[in-house]
Design a protein around this ligand. Structure first.
Ligand code: FEO
Length: 184
């Protein structure tokens, strides 16, 4: 008896997502090592913490495939890209990486909707919300770098920025939780 509750198309897409999340972890691991090599210990710490989040995402998708009676396929992942050329480049590439991942999540949502696979549609909503947070987290990095002076930032402002990012929480407030008493 076939107990796999996932279509082949959904299963393939979810397996691709497992690889994508693992790949994101490798990319951020490499960015963390790059940041550390440039003397930005706080920013390296941020990326290393983010590696754990990406691996948690990978685990969630993997567990979901198994929970639905599907078959997980663990594949090779691409090597991380070249090192960033500057902090701005690093944060911009990180942002683009998150946007690309959001697109991949939306593809899963679209297909689940098309197939009326409401279980996968429901599961994917967690990732839709998570991607809002992930994108916001990196937008904040870009904003902070801009305020610090961008490519023309002084050593002192970079020192403070690095410390600030290293100590920043991983969770960001979302609009859905805002109120007049607590705008953010
Ligand atoms: Fe798993 Fe940063 O998205």
């Amino acid at each position: 008896m076939n107990t796999n509750r996932l279509s082949d198309k959904i299963q393939n897409m979810l397996n691709n997502q497992v690889a994508k999340e693992a790949e994101a972890a490798q990319v951020f691991l490499s960015y963390g090592c790059w940041a550390d090599s440039q003397g930005y210990g706080g920013i390296a710490n941020f990326f290393f913490r983010h590696v754990g989040e990406e691996r948690d995402h990978m685990m969630k998708v993997m567990q979901y495939i198994m929970e639905r009676g599907g078959k997980v396929k663990i594949t090779a992942i691409k090597a991380p890209p070249e090192d960033p050329t500057s902090l701005k480049d690093c944060f911009e590439k990180t942002f683009q990486h998150e946007v690309d991942n959001t697109t991949a999540i939306y593809e899963i949502v679209n297909l689940a909707h098309e197939e009326r696979d409401w279980a996968t549609y429901n599961f994917a909503q967690w990732f839709v919300k998570e991607q809002i947070e992930e994108e916001k987290l990196v937008m904040d990095l870009l904003d902070k770098l801009k305020i610090a002076g961008g490519d023309n930032a002084t050593s002192e402002s970079l020192f403070n920025l690095d410390r600030f990012i290293g100590e920043s929480p991983d969770d960001v407030p979302l609009a859905r939780d805002a109120s007049m008493d607590k705008p953010e």
